[in-house]
Design a protein around this ligand. Structure first.
Ligand SMILES: CC(C)(COP(=O)(O)OP(=O)(O)OC[C@H]1O[C@@H](n2cnc3c(N)ncnc32)[C@H](O)[C@@H]1OP(=O)(O)O)[C@@H](O)C(=O)NCCC(=O)NCCS
Length: 196
């Protein structure tokens, strides 16, 4: 996924930095269902260490379900890929909390343009201790609004069939889900044009 693999490309050139007015427009303070205060904001270039800490904080199971491969530590190559955001074709939002005055991620949602028209592939992770508290729903909500704003019409994603958490989540949020016999994965899709 991503613009480099996109033979169609975008009508507009990708931005390398997020303009400050856009940063403030897309940053908000929210409460989870249990009342915890979180900030939802775009991923920034200075978030590299927070991204490492976030991935390393995940249980092995959560990391496996998200990445679909059993990795123990984040490689610098994968980290580069996670940080490679252009605020247009490749976007990520983070949910953060303050711990002893230090900001930490509790969830990350991202998309990257695919080679299908107006379609982006989605990925989402909420850290184990914060799951089932509404963080995932808040993250999908902001990512969907941003993607619509950028002209995307569809989200797609692939999910391991044993990932009951994600399948329940996708079902609850109105995604279509279909098991694919060829790759043995569940392909999910979400119509941004008619939802939200
Ligand atoms: C899937 C995931 C992102 C959900 O995030 P979350 O913050 O726990 O989800 P929310 O609390 O916002 O839940 C929203 C809805 O999804 C459903 N849901 C979420 N987790 C569920 C679970 N474990 N079992 C059943 N339903 C669940 C609920 O119906 C919930 O509805 P409610 O708001 O009425 O309770 C999270 O479990 C996760 O990060 N999993 C590991 C990584 C992963 O698998 N990513 C997907 C690969 S693309």
């Amino acid at each position: 996924m991503g613009a480099a693999a996109d033979p169609i490309g975008s009508a507009r050139p990708a931005r390398e930095t997020l303009p400050s007015d856009m940063l403030s427009e897309w940053t908000s303070s929210k409460h989870t269902r249990s009342g915890a205060e979180i900030c939802i904001r775009p991923l920034r270039p200075d978030d590299r260490v927070r991204e490492i800490q976030f991935v390393n904080s995940l249980s092995e199971r959560t990391r496996y379900l998200r990445l679909m491969t059993p990795i123990r530590f984040l490689s610098s190559q994968l980290l580069d890929q996670f940080m490679d955001i252009d605020y247009d074709q490749r976007m990520a939002f983070v949910a953060t909390t303050m711990r002893d005055g230090i900001e930490a991620f509790v969830g990350v949602v991202r998309y990257g343009r695919t080679d299908q028209p107006d379609t982006a592939e989605l990925g989402i992770t909420v850290t184990d201790g914060w799951q089932r508290d509404g963080v995932g729903r808040l993250l999908i909500d902001v990512l969907s609004r941003f993607a619509r704003h950028q002209g995307f019409k569809h989200f797609i994603g692939i999910v391991l069939p044993e990932n009951h958490r994600m399948l329940a989540f996708a079902n609850r949020l109105g995604f279509d889900a279909k098991y694919n016999r060829d790759d043995h994965l569940v392909h999910i899709s979400y119509d941004l044009a008619t939802t939200g």
